[in-house]
Ligand binder design. Structure first.
Ligand code: AMP
Length: 182
């Protein structure tokens, strides 16, 4: 837990359900889905996200399956910019581009419809939580490989003790609340 929380962070912290030993012993799971059952907390998160990027030029949002969808969709609608979904392998029907990254056990792959990833545009990449940063790094590299650029990274929660700055610090990750240890 962060030592000093702002009043806003305190409200966000209170809205996040923490589940010990999920999905396996020793992991504290930050279940941000509890935010969506509390409309005031959801509104607060969207307000804070909007504030972070209000003066920034962003051409579109890439949302990471699945909880990233829930944050990226209202943001893109409010800003009237395109929303592109990064989905788990095998879900998208049209021609895709893919990126793979390491999980604790094995590998995972995310795919984007290639025609949606417009070259030359500035994309905000959105997920619910940054742990090691491996997922977001893979998506950022895929964006760059298609001659587009990363305008930033947004997540509600950051776990900086897992050193994600080393992987994705250059993409200016923004979080609303950080936790020091699990
Ligand atoms: P990483 O690629 O290591 O940054 O992992 C980030 C992804 O894993 C996000 O999509 C999170 O939803 C999920 N994740 C990793 N650790 C946790 C955790 N302690 N609580 C909730 N979700 C997590």
């Amino acid at each position: 837990m962060s030592t000093t929380l702002t009043p806003t962070q305190k409200k966000i912290d209170e809205a996040i359900y923490k589940v010990p030993d999920f999905p396996k012993p020793g992991i504290l799971f930050y279940d941000i889905t509890s935010i969506f059952t509390q409309p005031q907390a959801f509104a607060l998160v969207m307000q804070e996200m909007g504030r972070l990027y209000q003066n920034q030029s962003i051409d579109g949002v890439i949302a990471i399956e699945s909880r990233g969808f829930l944050l990226a969709a209202p943001f893109a609608l409010e800003r009237q910019i395109p929303l592109v979904l990064a989905r788990k392998k095998g879900k998208l029907p049209r021609k895709t581009t893919a990126c793979s990254y390491s999980l604790e056990y094995g590998e995972a792959t995310l795919e984007i419809h290639i025609e949606d990833l417009t070259p030359g545009k500035r994309w905000l990449i959105v997920d619910d939580l940054i742990a090691t940063g491996g997922t977001l790094e893979a998506v950022c590299k895929m964006v760059e490989a298609h001659k587009a650029s990363v305008a930033g990274i947004f997540s509600i929660v950051g776990l900086p003790f897992l050193n994600y700055e080393q992987k994705i610090g250059r993409y200016s990750p923004q979080t609303l609340i950080n936790y020091d240890s699990e």
